[in-house]
Design a protein around this ligand. Structure first.
Ligand code: GDP
Length: 444
C-alpha cells in the first residue's frame, strides 16, 4: 500500500505525544526528530524536509498549542496542514484554451506511464466534459508505442492520429493538429517520446514540438515509485520545457511517498492528476488535503476534530478525556456525550468521517433512527444513580428491572450495555493512541 511506512512512522510519532496529557518542549522535539526521519526514509527531498520540520516545529512550540487542552491533536493538525501546503493546498484544474482545441502535450521518461495516461486522460475528459479528444501518436522510438496508443483509442472509442514510425515527430504533430482543426476536436493530447534518462536529443525534439504546437498544458508524467529520482526528473524537464503540471502514476503501488511530497516544492509546478491503477478509469484529480489525510492514515478524522473543537465545551471535553484515560467513563457521561454528538450534526455523516468507516460496506445502508437515541436515553434514565456510575453493577435481575422501567425489551437493554462497554474500551484505547483496537471494532 502506498505511504504505508510513512503513515506508520508518523502515527508512532503522534502516539508518543498522545500518551501524555501535557506535552513539553522536549516531547515536541522528540516527535519532530521522528517525523524528520520518517520523511527522509520515505525519500522526500532533503530541502523539503528541512523547511517542513522548521515550520512545524515553530508552530508546535507556540504557547497556544502547548498550553491547550489537546496539544497532541493540535500538533497532528499542524502536521496535516503543512503536508497539505507542501503538496500545493488546493486542486489545480487543467489549463483550457479560450478556443478549441485545448492542446495537451504529455512528456516523461520511458515506462513512467505516459501512453497509458494519455488514454486515461482522454477517458476522463470524455466522461467528465463529454469532450471529443484526438490523440496524436508522436512516440516513434519506443517499440510498439504507436500500436499501444491505437489499441487504447479503439478500446475507448477515441480517434488516434498516427503516421507510423518513419516520419519526424514534429511533422506528425503538425499534421495531427491540422486533422483536429478539420474535425473540430475540442482537445488534442500528444503522446511524445520518452527515454530511459533525460538526454539532449530528446529535449530538443520536445522543445521543437512545444514551439510548433503552443500547448496550453505540458504535463509531465512521473512514476511515483522512483521517489527522489522522480523529483530530479521533474526538475530536469521543468528547466528545459517549463512544464505546467505533473501526473504522478502508480500510486496504487507501494510507493514510499517521496515524489508526492517533493515535486511541488522543488519545481513549483502543481500535481494535477494521480494514476492509481492500470485500467483506463484509474486517474483521479489530485487533492493535496485528501492526500495529506491519506498519508496520516486518518480518514477524515481532521474534519471531525474540527467539528468537535467547534461544538465541544473545551472544559467538559478535558474532563471526558480524563475519564477515558482512567477508564471511569460512566452512563452519565454517556448521556452527555449523546447530547453533544447530536449537536454536531447528522450522525450518519459524522460516523463516516472516522477512518475505516467511510467505505465500510456495513454502513452502506446505515441509518440511525432518532427514536433509537430516545430509547437508549430511556434505558439510562431507568438506572439508579449508583448503576449509572458503576455499570458493573448491572446484573441480570437489575437489567430486568431496567427493561420493565424503560418499557424496552430485555434484549435491547443487554445490547445497549454491551455496546457501551465496547465503546468504552475503544475510547480508552484511542486515548492511549492505540488505533489497532479501534480498527478491530470497525471491521477492518
Ligand atoms: P510510457 O513508456 O511512459 O508510455 O509507459 P506506459 O504507458 O507504457 O506504462 C508503463 C507501464 O506502467 C505499463 O505496464 C502500465 O500499465 C503501467 N502503469 C501506468 N500507469 C500506472 C498506474 O497508475 N498504476 C499502475 N499500477 N501501473 C501503471
Amino acid at each position: 500500500m502506498a505511504f504505508e511506512g510513512l503513515s506508520e512512522r508518523l502515527q508512532k510519532a503522534f502516539s508518543g505525544l498522545r500518551r501524555k496529557g501535557k506535552v513539553s518542549e522536549d516531547d515536541v522535539r522528540t516527535a519532530m526528530r521522528e517525523i524528520r526521519l520518517a520523511l527522509l526514509e520515505a525519500d522526500v527531498n532533503f530541502g523539503v524536509v528541512k523547511d517542513f520540520i522548521k515550520t512545524v516545529r515553530e508552530q508546535a512550540l507556540g504557547a497556544e498549542v502547548l498550553d491547550s487542552l489537546t496539544p497532541a491533536q493540535q500538533i497532528i493538525k499542524i502536521v496535516n496542514d503543512e503536508l497539505t501546503k507542501t503538496m500545493g493546498e488546493a486542486a489545480v484544474p487543467l489549463n483550457k484554451s479560450p478556443h478549441i482545441p485545448t492542446i495537451i502535450m504529455m512528456v516523461g521518461l520511458q515506462g513512467a506511464g505516459k501512453t497509458t495516461t494519455v488514454g486515461k486522460l482522454s477517458n476522463y475528459l470524455k466522461e467528465n466534459e463529454k469532450a471529443r479528444p484526438l490523440l496524436i501518436a508522436a512516440d516513434i522510438y519506443r517499440p510498439a508505442a504507436v500500436d499501444q496508443l491505437k489499441t487504447i483509442g479503439e478500446q475507448l472509442s477515441v480517434p488516434v492520429f498516427d503516421m507510423g514510425v518513419d516520419t519526424d515527430p514534429v511533422e506528425i504533430v503538425r499534421q495531427g493538429l491540422a486533422q483536429a482543426a478539420l474535425q473540430h476536436n475540442d482537445y488534442v493530447i500528444i503522446d511524445t517520446a520518452g527515454r530511459l534518462q533525460i538526454d539532449e536529443k530528446l529535449m530538443t525534439e520536445l522543445a521543437n514540438i512545444k514551439e510548433l504546437a503552443h500547448p496550453d498544458e505540458i504535463l509531465l508524467v512521473v512514476d511515483s515509485m522512483t521517489g527522489q529520482a522522480a523529483t530530479e526528473v521533474a526538475q530536469g524537464f521543468n528547466d528545459r520545457l517549463d512544464i505546467t503540471g505533473v501526473v504522478l502514476t502508480k500510486l496504487d503501488g507501494d510507493t514510499r511517498g517521496g515524489a508526492a511530497l517533493s515535486i511541488r516544492q522543488v519545481t513549483g509546478k502543481p500535481i494535477k492528476f494521480i494514476g492509481q491503477g492500470e485500467k483506463m478509469d484509474a486517474l483521479d484529480v489530485f487533492y493535496p488535503d485528501r492526500m495529506a489525510n491519506r498519508i496520516l492514515g486518518m480518514g477524515d478524522m481532521l474534519t471531525l476534530i474540527d467539528k468537535a473543537q467547534k461544538n465541544y465545551d473545551q472544559k467538559q471535553a478535558a474532563e471526558v478525556a480524563e475519564k477515558m484515560r482512567t477508564n471511569t467513563f460512566d452512563f452519565n457521561d454517556f448521556l452527555d456525550q449523546m447530547d453533544q454528538v447530536a449537536g454536531m450534526g447528522n450522525f450518519e455523516d459524522i460516523i463516516k468521517m472516522i477512518p475505516g468507516m467511510a467505505n465500510n460496506p456495513a454502513l452502506k445502508n446505515f441509518q440511525m433512527n432518532p427514536k433509537d437515541i430516545d430509547h437508549m436515553k430511556a434505558i439510562v434514565y431507568s438506572m439508579t444513580a449508583k448503576e449509572r456510575e458503576d455499570p458493573d453493577l448491572l446484573n441480570p435481575s437489575r437489567r430486568r428491572r431496567i427493561a420493565a422501567g424503560s418499557g424496552r425489551p430485555i434484549v435491547e437493554v443487554n445490547r445497549m450495555i454491551k455496546q457501551f462497554n465496547q465503546s468504552k474500551k475503544m475510547m480508552t484505547q484511542m486515548y492511549k493512541g492505540n488505533f489497532s483496537g479501534m480498527e478491530g471494532m470497525m471491521g477492518n
